[in-house]
Write a protein that binds this ligand. Structure first.
Ligand code: K1U
Ligand code: ZN
Length: 167
């Protein structure tokens, strides 16, 4: 297993649209394992392949306190939604900032697992928020796209300053 480095806003590579995975090979299973290790180490509750500069449709999530309920979603698709809910979101690619975002409260998702088998799952609460947030990454969208331009520019400037100081 390996820890991968996470791209940070405003890196333009975070804006790329990810391609579908056509074959779930051992390489994809290893990538999913590396993404889980990277997510747990960060620490985070989700990670999209786009965040580690791999532009393929793969996300991982685990909202359990014990970090023992990993979910791997390959080519995830939302097939049904219900209701609306506002919740605070954070992002490992936008470190240190949290903002409220409104999204569907309950979703049904179709995906493929690490063995290449299709499945569906229903998610609500934090799990629904996290899956939708990660799926946005695959479209090159970030939670800061849902907030005001003024706030987004402020976050952008602060992160650029931090990144210059760390370089
Ligand atoms: O996409 C990411 O960068 C992961 C992100 C997922 C997420 C969190 C909250 C709402 C929506 C999506 C994070 O994991 S940010 C870190 C975080 O929220 C967290 C970290 C440790 C424990 C609990 C939460
Ligand atoms: Zn994120």
């Amino acid at each position: 297993m390996a820890r991968l480095s996470i791209l940070e806003f405003p890196d333009p590579r975070l804006r790329k649209i990810a391609s579908p995975i056509t074959d779930v090979t051992g390489k994809i299973a290893t990538l999913a394992d590396d993404m889980l290790e990277t997510m747990y180490a960060a620490p985070g509750i989700g990670l999209a392949a786009s965040q580690i500069n791999v532009h393929q449709r793969l996300i991982v999530v685990d909202i359990s306190n014990e970090k023992n309920e990993p979910v791997i979603l390959i080519n995830p698709k939302i097939i049904a939604t219900e209701g609306e809910r506002e919740a605070e979101e954070g992002c490992l690619s936008v470190p240190g900032f949290y903002e409220p975002v409104t999204r569907p409260a309950r979703i049904e998702v179709a995906a493929i697992n690490r063995n290449g088998e299709p499945y569906t799952m229903v998610a609500e609460g934090l799990l629904a928020v996290c899956i939708q947030h990660e799926m946005d990454h695959l479209e090159g969208r970030l939670f800061v796209d849902y907030i005001s331009n003024t706030k987004r520019q402020m976050i952008r400037k602060k992160l650029i300053k931090q990144q210059r100081q760390q370089a």
